[in-house]
Ligand binder design. Structure first.
Ligand SMILES: *[C@@H]1O[C@H](CO)[C@@H](O)[C@H](O)[C@H]1NC(C)=O
Ligand SMILES: *[C@@H]1O[C@H](CO)[C@@H](O)[C@H](O)[C@H]1NC(C)=O
Ligand SMILES: *[C@@H]1O[C@H](CO)[C@@H](O)[C@H](O)[C@H]1NC(C)=O
Ligand SMILES: *[C@@H]1O[C@H](CO)[C@@H](O)[C@H](O)[C@H]1NC(C)=O
Ligand SMILES: *[C@@H]1O[C@H](CO)[C@@H](O)[C@H](O)[C@H]1NC(C)=O
Ligand SMILES: *[C@@H]1O[C@H](CO)[C@@H](O)[C@H](O)[C@H]1NC(C)=O
Ligand SMILES: *[C@@H]1O[C@H](CO)[C@@H](O)[C@H](O)[C@H]1NC(C)=O
Ligand SMILES: *[C@@H]1O[C@H](CO)[C@@H](O)[C@H](O)[C@H]1NC(C)=O
Ligand SMILES: *[C@@H]1O[C@H](CO)[C@@H](O)[C@H](O)[C@H]1NC(C)=O
Ligand SMILES: *[C@@H]1O[C@H](CO)[C@@H](O)[C@H](O)[C@H]1NC(C)=O
Ligand SMILES: *[C@@H]1O[C@H](CO)[C@@H](O)[C@H](O)[C@H]1NC(C)=O
Ligand SMILES: *[C@@H]1O[C@H](CO)[C@@H](O)[C@H](O)[C@H]1NC(C)=O
Length: 782
């Protein structure tokens, strides 16, 4: 949530225009699906969603003023604003005097006209208060902007000369240094500005260099030059800016002016690259050829790419409200904005493997977003996994978080492990499993010097005392020595996943890791109570910090919940990360049945879940909470999972611009909505989906590798959602009583029919119907 995730888009469309061997499946009629996609959902009030083909620079933050348009964006991120590099901005300078142009950010900030924002997949348009109309579209590595300038009051084109400026900055002025050069001969048909800048990643270590290549066309070049703060000149044509004393920040960039009056549209095309400005120019020329630009063509091909990406899924709405359809399709769209395919743009090593960036961060993504791509776009998910492994191969570590080609901060465990094993249990193809095993063992066994950016800390204690101690003695590596509880829980699950892979590959250390997967039990304090304002909540038994010597420390179980302070790496660091002991009590994805018994059995467990969700302790806007919604499945009450999810959708996840309860985190909030609507919710790392009634009459998904179509259908569906309890179910026509199902459902294309009613039934409630748990021995291992 806060500093997490999401990320970015190399250009909005990068991901969906991946080599689309997207198979056209039997589903044909999705021609109108895009009308249900509203890119503005979550763009306000903390969702931090990237709204457009290119986002008005800075809009994600305040929405009122525009200071430029950038081709580089992240979506849904918390922390520092990410990317937004090299914004360009159009203007007419009074009396055509350069001294009257507004170059610095504060000076040029311009309001936009209300109700002029048009955001569609692959397109973004807005009209500024000064009458300049800006429209934009993108290709993979380039963007095209079309500017129409206002008339001068008589209906004639303004006699002024339009100026397009570029600012050598990003969204948070992280630029360390930059170079720029201009080639724009007076009187020629276009001018070019190219250059590069070194910037800092928004939630990570090191720095990155980004290159650009901007062409301005649509009239004769009048003049060009540089600007520094609020001064400018037609000389020099090359400039280098850096930081000096006290890291002083100079605002600077270049500009090109076209001879006015200009009656037609002015175009600005910008290519970007992490490799070189030559490559940026090359991509721009190849993807958006000039000299005559056509924005509409670009918009249509972007839309077509999006349509293709939405092809695998169809719904029978059953008459539900249009706003739910908007939430649904828009959520799918948001899952594909990030991570981004930077294949061919990796400045760090050469490889024939795919290179994806903007895993921002895996802590957020492994739970629902990547599992969603696994069913929606398994081919891309395989490429994502391969790219993680290629990073391991070349950097020596799996990433936990990455952005703009830099390493991001680790939030908990080594969660790429979970991603790899989820791919394994779901049989994704083309992946080197031996390499995956090696990479995960590396996380489990070797402590890196800097575990704030990779791997795990505290491994000496992990192996010796079998938990991460509170205030650990760890001289092997460096990291934020907090989060002892949440790290113990995450490492336990990481090791569980490793044991699954080890077993599948026939390695003899699978039992060793299975035993480490129980380490979470060592920090369970059975007599711990929880008080709120002095009143006992009545629930006993919570995870607590434990010192290296075995003595208990103390963290108030409600600390780090919405009733207390938010806890991140830097703000209020605590023994639990971004969630409370209350919430983490439910984070044992591989042994929920054991948790249930430790907490006093199914009845108390259900009461605790209810209390958690209704007392304000649950933070539905952050990822660790997601699985708690479906925990009743393990207590033999699948109907209560269904009831709970209806209490959050649409009240907390809906189609308004502030319709997300937290940072979208690269599509995590989106994916929670999606799995809930589909009626199958994953427990990733295991071949398990919890069954609840879909929010539509039926949902069908065609697997893009096997071409089989899976359908989950409600009988007795009502759009008012009175019938939300499964009475009975059939799988391919045969009675089905388990309250969960495996991924074969999708790959084999099975049909699940759920008969609904208004009250809980005994469907899915028996011992043998419950999802697997490690300690009950029904854990289905490969
Ligand atoms: C596709 O769907 C639209 C809207 O639901 C409908 O009007 C149209 O007839 C359908 N086209 C085909 C080929 O089924
Ligand atoms: C435009 O929207 C802003 C922010 O919502 C509002 O403050 C302003 O009054 C609106 N202006 C007009 C002309 O509607
Ligand atoms: C354009 O300007 C000329 C000269 O000022 C004026 O005669 C003409 O009416 C204007 N055209 C329009 C469409 O207003
Ligand atoms: C508007 O532009 C036309 C031609 O471009 C020019 O003749 C006229 O004087 C301008 N009018 C104003 C009010 O600037
Ligand atoms: C630009 O900044 C980066 C990061 O501080 C530094 O490594 C690099 O040497 C600088 N480049 C120049 C040319 O000064
Ligand atoms: C940035 O551009 C300048 C000027 O063309 C060039 O000298 C420099 O090598 C470039 N920096 C990088 C990191 O490519
Ligand atoms: C230009 O910037 C200087 C220094 O920030 C400021 O004092 C001055 O008022 C600015 N001039 C204009 C015309 O904005
Ligand atoms: C994966 O492959 C194995 C062996 O062919 C098969 O038993 C299993 O059902 C497959 N799993 C999925 C999710 O398709
Ligand atoms: C605890 O008491 C304070 C002060 O009376 C009050 O503001 C707060 O809302 C209470 N918190 C809860 C969770 O009841
Ligand atoms: C264990 O260590 C903690 C922290 O140093 C200390 O407060 C506690 O007294 C120790 N317990 C024992 C039994 O030594
Ligand atoms: C939509 O979701 C937001 C964020 O969770 C919430 O504040 C708002 O009340 C919801 N709107 C509706 C109509 O439910
Ligand atoms: C799926 O369909 C595509 C496109 O028709 C085809 O190329 C591919 O071979 C099919 N895959 C399988 C497993 O049948």
């Amino acid at each position: 949530m806060l500093s997490l995730l999401s990320l970015s888009v190399f250009l909005l469309i990068v991901y969906p225009t991946l080599p689309s061997q997207a198979r056209f499946t039997r589903r044909a009629n999705n021609s109108d699906v895009l009308k249900w996609v509203n890119p503005l959902i979550g763009s306000k009030s903390g969702g931090n969603v990237f709204a457009g083909a290119t986002l008005p620079y800075g809009m994600a933050k305040d929405g009122s003023q525009i200071t430029g348009f950038s081709a580089m964006h992240d979506s849904g991120t918390g922390g520092n604003p990410s990317l937004g590099n090299f914004p360009i901005f159009p203007q007419l300078c009074p009396e055509d005097d350069l001294n009257n142009c507004k170059f610095p950010i504060k000076a040029r900030a311009t309001h936009y006209r209300n109700d002029t924002i048009k955001a569609e997949p692959g397109y973004f348009g807005v009209t500024l208060d000064n009458g300049i109309v800006a429209d934009m579209a993108v290709s993979k590595r380039a963007a095209l902007f079309r500017f129409n300038f206002p008339t001068n009051g008589t209906g004639n084109a303004s006699s002024l000369s339009p100026l397009i400026m570029l600012d050598l900055t990003d969204l948070w002025s992280s630029r360390q240094n930059a170079s720029i050069s201009i080639d724009a001969t007076e009187g020629s048909d276009s001018g070019r500005i190219r250059g590069n800048g070194t910037f800092l990643p928004s939630f990570g270590a090191g720095s990155y260099v980004l290159h650009f290549c901007l062409d301005v066309a649509g009239g004769k070049v009048k003049d060009s030059g540089m600007w520094v703060n609020n001064r400018s000149g037609t000389e020099p044509k090359e400039l280098f800016v850096t930081r000096g004393f006290n890291l002083f920040y100079l605002e600077a960039g270049g500009f090109i002016r076209l001879q006015g009056p200009v009656t037609n549209a002015i175009y600005a095309r910008i290519g970007v690259s992490f490799i070189s400005s030559d490559q940026a120019c090359g991509s721009a020329e190849k993807e958006i050829p000039g000299p005559d630009f056509d924005l509409d063509v670009l918009v249509s091909s972007a839309k077509e790419a999006w349509r293709r990406k939405l092809t695998p899924i169809t719904i029978e709405t059953g008459g539900v409200d249009g706003s739910l359809q908007t939430s649904f399709w828009s959520a799918i769209y948001r899952t594909m904005i990030s991570p981004q395919d930077y294949t061919g743009e990796n400045p760090h090593w050469e490889s024939s493997e795919p290179y994806f960036d903007s895993f921002y961060c895996i802590w957020d993504m492994w739970r629902v977003q990547l599992p969603f791509l696994t069913i929606m776009d398994p081919e891309v998910q395989s490429r994502l996994v391969r790219s993680l492994l290629d990073i391991y191969k070349h950097r020596g570590w799996l990433p936990d978080c990455s952005m703009s080609t830099c390493k991001g901060w680790t939030q908990g465990g080594s969660d790429a492990d979970n991603v790899l094993v989820d791919a394994y249990v779901k049989n994704l193809t083309g992946i080197d499993w031996e390499l995956a095993y090696e990479a995960i063992v590396n996380d489990a066994e070797n402590e890196p010097l800097e575990w704030s950016i990779q791997g795990r800390g505290g491994l000496m204690s992990w192996k010796r005392v079998n938990y991460i101690p509170y205030l650990d003695y760890d001289y092997l590596g460096f990291g934020t020595n907090s989060r002892s509880i949440s790290r113990t829980l995450e490492y336990s699950y990481n090791d569980f996943c490793l044991s699954t892979l080890a077993k599948g590959l026939g390695k003899d250390d699978s039992t060793k890791y299975l035993s480490r997967a129980s380490n979470w039990q060592n920090i369970f304090k059975g007599d711990q109570k929880s008080l709120i304002n002095g009143t006992d909540t009545g629930f006993t038994g919570f995870f607590q910090p434990k010192y290296l010597n075995g003595s208990w420390g103390y963290q108030d179980p409600i600390a780090c919940s919405p009733l207390a302070d938010f806890c991140s790496l830097t703000s209020n660091p605590s023994e639990t990360f971004e969630s409370s002991c209350w919430e983490y009590m439910f984070f044992v994805p591989h042994d929920v049945r054991k948790v249930i018994s430790l907490l006093g059995g199914p009845e108390t467990f259900i009461r605790r879940l209810d209390y958690f969700h209704t007392s304000g302790l649950a933070d539905i806007g952050n990822e660790p909470v997601f699985l708690t919604v479906y925990m009743p499945h393990y207590a033999g009450r699948p109907g209560l999972s269904s009831k709970r999810v209806h209490s959050y959708i649409p009240s907390r996840f809906n189609s308004s611009t502030d319709g997300l309860p937290g940072n979208d985190d690269s599509g995590a909030m989106a994916s929670f909505t999606l799995f809930a609507c589909i009626g199958l919710f994953p427990n990733p790392g295991q071949n398990v989906y919890f069954i609840t009634p879909p929010f539509f009459k039926s949902v069908s998904i065609t697997n893009q590798i096997t071409n089989n179509t899976a359908t989950i259908r409600n009988l007795n569906f009502d759009k008012e959602y009175k019938n939300i309890y499964i009475q009975k179910a059939t799988l391919n026509g045969e009675p089905y009583t388990k309250n969960w199902i495996g991924h074969e459902f999708f790959t084999q294309g099975w049909t699940l029919e759920l008969t609904l009613g208004q009250i809980e039934s005994d469907w899915g409630t028996k011992e043998e119907d419950l999802p697997p748990s490690m300690s009950t021995g029904n854990m289905k291992m490969l």
